[in-house]
Write a protein that binds this ligand. Structure first.
Ligand SMILES: [Mn+2]
Length: 328
């Protein structure tokens, strides 16, 4: 169910009324959460407001070049003068990574702008378009409603959001409307080739080396492919815990596989799991059952270690999903 005109008006009114909004991007920030947060920041600055943007983790080099990316703060004081909190591209409040403080509940108005099917409508106003390609879609509707011209840097930020969450316009969620949105953003001065070059086709050397390790350990079982990534290898490469090496998207390209799963050991003895599914398959229920969330074709969760036993605990659920599509 798409958001209503009334919700759109309410969301725009909250931002127009606000002087010092806090915009929060989710941990292990991707192009959608970062692009939409930066686009909204620029829009609010153009209206003379004083937005603060926060994300608990640093941005990857493929996003750090974007306008305003250097303005992200890692945390904010519990006591502050923010008059509105905006959660961007997250399905529940835990996804702020601790930036949202429990003591704010019921005191600071919360606006949610998102597109996750698993979204819990946890805000006072929720601008949620479930199963739509990217948060850029509700976000541009919001900017239009606020009367902010979407062009140049704002258009580039929304392009980043749209092109990353659709993996370069590859996902089943890439509808004619998404392609029209991209056309509009390019016409409005968005830097399409720059985004392709600096964001989508930009893999740090360390991550490339990490892919080498992940691919060496790659397994294939019928329509299922998976890999595990041990902590020793992360430490040896200098990979931080907030860096998931984008393994999910890498494995999703294995031709034989309908579902791909990556298991990444973390320093706190948990295992971060990314699921990717071909169109028609659904991994969101698996992630949700394991305490995570996401979309049908891309979802994730964290489970307790050890890494070695994680596939045996998780893959039976994946096989169950595959068996629903026997012979497909
Ligand atoms: Mn997203």
């Amino acid at each position: 169910m798409m958001f209503t005109q009334n919700q759109l008006r309410q969301a725009a009114a909250l931002l127009q009324k606000s002087e010092r909004p806090l915009l929060i991007a989710h941990p292990r920030p991707d192009g959608d959460t970062v692009g939409c947060t930066l686009a909204l920041r620029l829009a609010l600055l153009s209206l003379g407001k004083h937005p603060t943007i926060a994300c608990v983790h640093p941005l990857g080099s493929n996003l750090a070049y974007l306008p305003g990316a250097d303005k992200f703060v890692r945390d904010v004081p519990e006591e502050n003068d923010f008059d509105l909190v905006v959660a961007v591209d997250m399905s529940d409040l835990s996804r702020t990574g601790g930036i949202y403080k429990e003591s704010w509940r019921g005191k600071k108005t919360l606006l949610v702008v998102d597109h996750h099917a698993t979204n819990e409508a946890f805000g006072d106003v929720n601008l949620v378009a479930p199963d739509i390609a990217a948060t850029s879609i509700p976000m541009i509707a919001l900017l239009d409603e606020m009367g902010v011209p979407v062009r140049d840097e704002i258009a580039t930020c929304l392009l980043v959001a749209t092109l990353t969450d659709t993996r370069g316009l590859r996902t089943a969620s890439t509808t004619p409307d998404v392609l029209k949105l991209v056309a509009r953003l390019v016409e409005a001065g968005g830097d399409y080739s720059g985004v392709m070059q600096h964001t989508l086709d930009s893999v740090p050397y360390r991550q490339m080396r990490g892919w080498g390790i992940a691919l060496q350990r790659l397994q294939l079982e019928g329509r299922l492919t998976w890999t595990t990534f041990p902590l020793e290898e992360k430490v040896a490469l200098g990979v931080e815990d907030h860096d998931d090496l984008d393994l999910g998207n890498l494995l999703s390209r294995v031709a034989e596989a309908k579902i791909a799963v990556s298991f990444l050991a973390m320093r706190d003895d948990t295992v971060k799991i990314s699921f990717r599914a071909r169109p028609g398959y659904d991994v969101s229920w698996i992630a949700k059952q394991l305490g995570g969330g996401g979309h049908k074709e891309a979802a994730g969760c964290s489970i307790p270690g050890p890494l070695e036993s994680a596939p045996d605990r998780v893959l039976p659920l994946v096989r169950e999903e595959l068996q629903r599509h026997e012979g497909v």
